[in-house]
Structure formats: C-alpha cells, structure tokens
Design a protein around this ligand. Sequence first.
Ligand code: BG6
Ligand code: MG
Length: 219
Amino acid sequence: MATIKGFLFDLDGVIVDTAKFHFKAWQRLAQDLGIHFSEEENEQLKGVSRKESLEKILSWGDKSLSANEFEKRMAQKNEWYLELVQHMGKEEALPGAKSFLVEATKLNLSIGLGSASKNALLILDQLAITPLFQTIIDGNKVSKSKPDPEVFQKGADDLGLPAESLVVFEDSLAGIEAARRGGFRTVGIGSPKVLKDAEIVVSGLDKISPVEVINQLNF
Ligand code: BG6
Ligand code: MG
C-alpha cells in the first residue's frame, strides 16, 4: 500500500456549508418549472456540474428546454445561489475544516481542491483559506463531471503525486465514485448509509484528525 502523501478536498459540503444553498436554489428553479424536487433527488445532484444537474432535473420532470432557455435557467439558478452565498461569512466553514487543513499542512502533506463548482475560488476567498491549497481544480478546469475522476486526476498531476498516495474527502456519491474510479483513497463526509463505498465515513472533519485518517487507512 502506498504511503499517504496528500489530501484532495471537495468543497461544497466538505469544507463549507454551501450544499444547502445549492439545494435551495435548485429547489426554487424546479418549483418554477413545476418539477417535484426534494432532498432525495438533491442527493443525486451533489458533486454534479450545473449543466448536468439541470439535465437531471428536467429528465425527472420529463421536460425539455430550448438551448437558449436552458442557458437562461442555468444562469438564473447561479444568480439565486450567489445571492444566498453573498452574505456568507467565515462562520459558514464547516466545523473543524480549517483546523484540519492547517494540521495537514503542518504534517507536510500536499493539499488540493477538487470541486465541480465554477464558484469555488470565490467561496475559498470569502472564507480566506485559498492560500492553504497548493492546487485548485474547479468546474472551470474540467470537461467531465464527477463520477468521472478527471477533477482529482488533474489535482494529482498538479501535486505530482500518484492517486494511491492521495486521500479524497467527499460528501457526494458521485465524488466517492470518482475517487474510487481514479484509484484514490477515500473519506466520506456525511452519512455511512449514503456513502457506503467510502473507506472511512465521518459526519464532519471535526470528527477525525489528519493523523487518524492516515493511521486508519494504513491499517
Ligand atoms: C458541486 C456541488 O460542488 O458543484 C453541486 O456539489 C453543484 O451541487 C456543482 O451543482 C456546480 O457548482 P456551480 O457553483 O458551478 O454551479
Ligand atoms: Mg460536495
């Protein structure tokens, strides 16, 4: 088994509590389109790009839109999302996230971000944690959405490390699948019932330390 050399973090739902804002904005849009949308459907959108999320919502409602209308709806969702995150302060960082990152840095681990969001930099800046990442791969840098491993592979390439030496922290089904497909080690953030395929599952980064992650994965 390869030695753990670094961590790759998803953003929404792992480092910051923005998953709830994505949910609210999609719910508002689905309502507008007359499509049923609850927490259950939302689970399938976590980690998925904006475009693919709208495609899924439309397919659930058996609806289609012209290309122009599709673009407008995506822009609308993002506008609503940004309205919600606009007033977000540092307190929206999830419990333990920042200290986990700082502790990992002290252990000389390489740290990267692997997020589907095109708003990732804005959110990291708002939380004042951008400098903690050696590489930031976001929705603007990938062509394939999770569960494709591209976002994590690009992060690994930037860090110059092989997948098996990197741990991916993810709150989404799609993200854990992406990490597994790419050959990364996995820590699920959330419910063990949902994130069954992750090697370790904790409810938040406040529940485990970087050293514990490494020890448990090396066991
Ligand atoms: C992921 C979220 O991180 O980013 C998804 O889990 C979201 O809910 C996706 O749809 C894309 O985000 P954005 O900010 O580019 O619309
Ligand atoms: Mg997420």
